[in-house]
Design a protein around this ligand. Structure first.
Ligand SMILES: Cc1ncc(COP(=O)(O)O)c(C=O)c1O
Length: 450
C-alpha cells in the first residue's frame, strides 16, 4: 500500500494529466521524484535501474554535474534570446561550431528545433525548399519505411510508418506526398518468409523510385537502427546500397539520428558504422543528454549552397534556446572527454552477447536485435508461428520488472511486442550484469501460450 501522498498524486495525475502513447486516464501507479546516474527514485523511495534510458534519450544518465553546471551558468547569463531574423547569441554559435567538428563529413550547417518531430518536419521542408530553389519544385515526395518512426507532428506523422497506420488513421485524412516501402526487418519480413530481406527492401526502394519517377521524389528518410520499431539494425550492406541509390537518382538522403545519435550505437553517429553520410541528418534526444528539449537538422555543404541567400520562412520560438544550446555544448564535451561511444560499444556488445546466449533460448523470446546500447528483444507466444506474446503477459512482465527495480520500455515494434534494452550510454559492465541478472528469471518464468 503506497503512502497517502503517492495516492493523492496518482489520483491528481488521473484527473488532470494526459500521457503520450497511453490509454487516457491510466497510469503505472509509480511517480518518479528523483534521478541520479542510471537510477530513478519514486515517491515511496523505491529505486529503479533506468534500463530504457527513458525514451532512449538519457544518454549520459541523470543529473550529470557538468550538465547541471552548464544550465546554471547559462541561465545566469541569458534566460532567453531568440535567433530569428538574424539575431544571435554565443551559445547557439558555439554549439553549431562544435557540432560541425563532430558530425560526419560535410554536415556543417545546423538548424535548431525543440525536438525530434520538429527536426523531421524541418528536414522535409528543407529538402523541398532546396529542390524548389534548384528549379525542381516537382521533387516533393518523401519516401520512408514501414515500421519507421520519425515523430508525430505535422509532416513527421506521415513520414512515420509505425504500427499499421496507427499514427495516422485516427487523426483524419492522410496527407499526400508520402510513400512508404517495406523495411529490412527480417524477423517479420513484409516480403514473406524469404531470405535476404535487406536486399529485397533496397530493390523495392529502387523500383518505387523508378515507378514514381525520381523527378518527383525529394528525399528518402530512415533511421540507422530502427528505433520505436524495436531496435532493429540493418544488414551490413543495406546503408551503403541506400546511399548509392539516392545518389544514382539524385534524391536527398535524410538520416534520422534522433535516437541513434550521440553515442547510442557505439559511435558518435550511427551512420559512421557503414561509412556513409546523409545529405541531411536529424538529431534530438542525446543532443542535450535529454536534460533540456532540443533537436536539430544538420545540412551538408551542397544543400546549404542551394539554400544560401534565399528566404527560409520556418522556425520555432525555441529554435536555438540559449539554455538548451549551452547544455548541448556541455554534453558534447562529456561525450568526447569520457569516450562515451566506446563505453556504449563495449557494454552494448556484452549485453547483446548475454541476450543471445542466455535470453534467446527462452521460450518467450523470438529475436534479439540492435547495435551498441540500442538493443531490442522480441517477445513471442510461440517461436514457430512467431505469434506475439499476449499483451496481458507483457503487462505482467512490465509490472514484475518494475517491482524488481527495473525501469523498462515495453510494447515497441510492428506488433507492439518488443522490449528496449537501451540504458544510459555511461552504464558500467557491473550495472549491466546486475540488471540482466534481475531480468533473466522474470523472462524465464514466462510460460507463453498457457
Ligand atoms: C528516430 C526518431 N525520430 C524522431 C523522433 C521524434 O522525436 P520527439 O519525440 O523528440 O519529437 C523519435 C522519437 O522517439 C525517434 O526515435
Amino acid at each position: 500500500m503506497s503512502s497517502k501522498r503517492t495516492q493523492e498524486l496518482i489520483q491528481s495525475d488521473k484527473d488532470h494529466l494526459i500521457h503520450p502513447f497511453n490509454v487516457i486516464g491510466q497510469t503505472t501507479g509509480i511517480v518518479i521524484e528523483k534521478a541520479h546516474g542510471i537510477y530513478l527514485v519514486d515517491t515511496e523511495g523505491k529505486k529503479y535501474m533506468d534500463m530504457s534510458g527513458q525514451l532512449v534519450c538519457s544518454n549520459l544518465g541523470h543529473r550529470r554535474p557538468e550538465l547541471m553546471d552548464a544550465i546554471r551558468l547559462a541561465i545566469e547569463n541569458i534566460d532567453y534570446q531568440h535567433i530569428f531574423f538574424g539575431h544571435s547569441h554565443v551559445y547557439a554559435i558555439e554549439l553549431a561550431d562544435k557540432l560541425a567538428k563532430l558530425t560526419p563529413g560535410d554536415l556543417n550547417h545546423f538548424f535548431f528545433t525543440s525536438g525530434g518531430s520538429e527536426s523531421t518536419d524541418s528536414a522535409v521542408k528543407i529538402t523541398r525548399l532546396y529542390w524548389g530553389n534548384m528549379g525542381m519544385a516537382g521533387k516533393y515526395k518523401i519516401v520512408s519505411m514501414y515500421n519507421s518512426y520519425h515523430g508525430v507532428s505535422g509532416m513527421s506523422t506521415y513520414v512515420s510508418g509505425l504500427g499499421r497506420g496507427a499514427l495516422q488513421n485516427p487523426f483524419g485524412p492522410a496527407s499526400p506526398g508520402y510513400i512508404r516501402v517495406p523495411s529490412h526487418y527480417a524477423y517479420r519480413s513484409m516480403f514473406g518468409d524469404v531470405p535476404d530481406t535487406g536486399r529485397r527492401s533496397t530493390d523495392f526502394l529502387e523500383q518505387i523510385i523508378q515507378a514514381e519517377g525520381p523527378e518527383s521524389i525529394a528525399a528518402f528518410i530512415a533511421e540507422p537502427v530502427m528505433g520505436p520499431g524495436g531496435s532493429i539494425d540493418p544488414p551490413t550492406d543495406w546503408w551503403p546500397t541506400v546511399r548509392e541509390i539516392c545518389t544514382k537518382y539524385d534524391i536527398l538522403l535524410i538520416v534520422d539520428e534522433v535516437m541513434t545519435g550521440f553515442c547510442r550505437t557505439g559511435k558518435m553517429f550511427a551512420q559512421e558504422h557503414w561509412g556513409i553520410q546523409g545529405d541531411l541528418m536529424t538529431m534530438a534526444k542525446g543532443l542535450t543528454g535529454a536534460v533540456m528539449p532540443m533537436g536539430g537538422v544538420a545540412i551538408c555543404d551542397k544543400v546549404y549552397e542551394g539554400l544560401k541567400g534565399k528566404w527560409f520562412r520556418h522556425g520555432f520560438t525555441y529554435t536555438g534556446h540559449p539554455v538548451s544550446c549551452a547544455v548541448s555544448s556541455a554534453a558534447l564535451d562529456v561525450y568526447v572527454k569520457d569516450k562515451v561511444a566506446e563505453n556504449a560499444a563495449k557494454v552494448g556488445k556484452h549485453i547483446k552477447r548475454r541476450l543471445i546466449d542466455e535470453f534467446l533460448p527462452l521460450p518467450c523470446i523470438g529475436d534479439i536485435g540492435g547495435l551498441g546500447l540500442h538493443l531490442g528483444i522480441e517477445l513471442v507466444n510461440d517461436k514457430l508461428s512467431k505469434a506475439p506474446l499476449d499483451v496481458e503477459v507483457q503487462n505482467e512482465l512490465k509490472r514484475k520488472m518494475l517491482d524488481a527495480g527495473i525501469f523498462i520500455r515495453i510494447g515497441e515494434g510492428w506488433l507492439g511486442n518488443r522490449i528496449f534494452v537501451t540504458p544510459p550510454c555511461v552504464i558500467t559492465m557491473e550495472e549491466a550484469n546486475k540488471a540482466l541478472d534481475i531480468m533473466k528469471p522474470l523472462f524465464a518464468a514466462i510460460k507463453p501460450g498457457q
